[in-house]
Design a protein around this ligand. Structure first.
Ligand SMILES: O=P(O)(O)OC[C@H]1O[C@](O)(CO)[C@@H](O)[C@@H]1O
Length: 515
């Protein structure tokens, strides 16, 4: 059983409250910490967490029994207590049998992974063909939420590594506009549809899958359509009922939560679109991050530090949101992907004792491409009334040939973190205004509008090169950040009951709208 400790009842919580109310942010003795893991450098020097505050935060983690929770998580205990399940997405990216909890899990995972590998290689080599005897040219992933977001994010991020002739498309919404558009881009006889649904009962996914099934039956024939459909699910019998053949059906298990599932067979379409080796390299990166999370002391532990500093911002500095700002076109979908991981996990107000919490839990995660956002919402980051801690993510080795552009992109990223943190005080603004042809009155009127208070925290994440391995590390560190926060907030991070009511009511609405 996970610890059930109300964090506000710990000694460290009180100390942190006192600390943050007594220290004005500008006097907050800042810590300069950089932690490197493989090709990623996390620079925490622009945080509002001093060495002293961090030590209190680690006391908080100790009082909340974080180490025991980490052991229980990796140890396969049923830490998803409301659903009575273990949480073992980390097992999906372990490659050494020694690390496995049980032979059973090891065999299941490696068996399914090798089935994916063979299937992908057969399709890409032309050994497994479409019903007309020709190679496939398109793959369509039909899924929603955790059965879509990670794949879309990773496909965009890793396209420069693409080692596959297949074009990957996504159908992820009940808005049939997507279907209309896709039908302009593909021909059914060249397309493999991958229906991905953990439950194999999600309405949107099944409605979409049925549209394409019907079209394929109509155009390709009653038996032929089956050569165009693969399924990924925890419930193979449901996939069989839909008509998907056993050798086109790939499994994962109820101990893989949807939003943590891209490492499982759910990644099939990604492996088809990029090539199996690219997919496996991403898994191996995540494995490295898991080892780091498991073994590094809290001070040197990237996800723990990300989590604890986030707790300082949310609970003691009252930040209500946090921004993810990639300075890389390739990482454009990262904020959307992380929204599900963070908010479906920790957007909860009932604690592990069944009580309503009296402290904040998950902040709202949002964000967009950093350079573009500078020209839209950064105004609020610099001068708005909210504290918005932000992650700036810069990829150093670029995948294009425009050196000057990369230089400008990096300059913008560094400049923004500096501007947010250092700000610009009254004297500096006055001096600058005085150098212009302005009257004293004009200067005084303009002055307050041009001041930047500074002390806006950010974490700079520099990625040497956006390799599949480094993407795996980046995502896994975020997953573990949110795990740590869930433990400290005393909530269950691996269920998502909050999505159910809307689904129930939508069924009623559907009936009413049909009348
Ligand atoms: O993979 P499934 O079972 O179709 O579910 C898709 C998504 O829907 C949710 O259950 C939310 O409705 C997510 O947790 C999940 O990732």
């Amino acid at each position: 059983m996970l610890p059930r400790i109300n964090p506000t009842h710990t000694k460290a919580w009180k100390k942190l409250e006192n600390y943050y109310s007594a220290h004005s942010l500008s006097n907050n003795n800042k810590a300069t910490v950089r932690i490197v893991e493989s090709g990623l450098t996390y620079d925490f020097s622009k945080s509002l967490v001093s060495a002293e505050a961090f030590s209190m935060l680690t006391e908080l983690a100790d009082e909340c029994e974080l180490s025991r929770a980490i052991d229980d998580f990796f140890g396969g205990k049923a830490i998803n207590e409301t659903e009575k399940r273990a949480v073992l997405h980390t097992a999906l990216r372990q490659f050494s049998s020694n690390d496995y909890l049980s032979d059973d899990i090891y065999q299941k995972v490696t068996h399914e992974r090798s089935r994916i590998k063979n299937f992908v290689n057969e399709i890409l080599s032309g050994e497994r063909l479409a019903s007309n005897g020709k190679p496939f040219r398109h793959v369509v992933n039909i899924g929603i939420g955790g059965s879509d977001l990670g794949l879309r994010m990773a496909y965009k991020a890793l396209k420069p590594y693409k080692n596959s002739d297949l074009q990957l498309h996504f159908i992820n919404s009940i808005d049939a506009q997507q279907i209309e558009q896709l039908l302009q881009e593909i021909s059914l006889e060249e397309t493999l549809f991958v229906v991905v649904s953990k439950s194999f009962s999600t309405k949107e996914t099944l409605s979409n899958a049925n549209v394409f099934k019907d079209l394929c039956i109509e155009q390709l024939g009653k038996e032929n359509w089956k050569k165009h459909f693969a399924g990924v699910t925890v419930y193979p019998s449901a996939a069989a009922e839909f008509g998907i053949q056993p050798d086109y059906t790939f499994l994962f298990w109820d101990w893989v939560c949807g939003r943590f599932s891209m490492w499982s067979s759910v990644g099939l379409a990604l492996a088809l679109g990029l090539g199996y080796d690219i997919f496996e390299q991403m898994l191996r990166g995540a494995e490295k991050a898991d080892q780091h999370f498991k073994n590094q002391p809290f001070e040197e532990n990237i996800p723990v530090r990300l989590a604890l500093q986030g707790i300082a911002y949310t609970n003691f500095l009252k930040a209500q949101t946090e921004a993810i700002l990639p300075y890389s076109e390739l990482l454009g979908l990262l904020p959307t992907y992380l929204q599900q991981v963070a908010m479906e996990s920790n957007g909860k107000r009932i604690d592990r004792n069944g009580e309503v919490v009296d402290y904040a839990t998950a902040p709202i995660v949002w964000g967009d491409l950093g350079n573009n956002a500078q020209h839209s919402f950064f105004q609020l980051l610099h001068q708005g009334s909210w504290l918005v801690p932000a992650d700036f993510i810069l990829v150093k080795k670029y995948q294009h040939s425009f050196h000057e552009h990369q230089l400008q992109l990096a300059a913008n990223c560094y400049a923004q973190t500096e501007a947010l943190f250092k700000g610009k005080n009254e004297n500096e603004v006055r001096q600058q205004l005085q150098s212009k042809q302005l009257s004293e009155q004009e200067i005084e009127e303009l002055l307050p509008h041009k001041i930047f208070s500074g002390n806006k925290p950010s974490t700079l994440i520099e990625i040497d090169e956006l390799t599949p391995e480094n993407l795996g590390i980046l995502c896994s560190f975020y997953e573990h950040k949110y795990f740590v926060q869930g433990i400290i907030w005393n909530i269950y991070s691996f269920d998502q009951w909050g999505v159910e009511l809307g689904k129930e009511l939508a069924l009623n609405w559907e009936e009413q709208l049909k009348k």
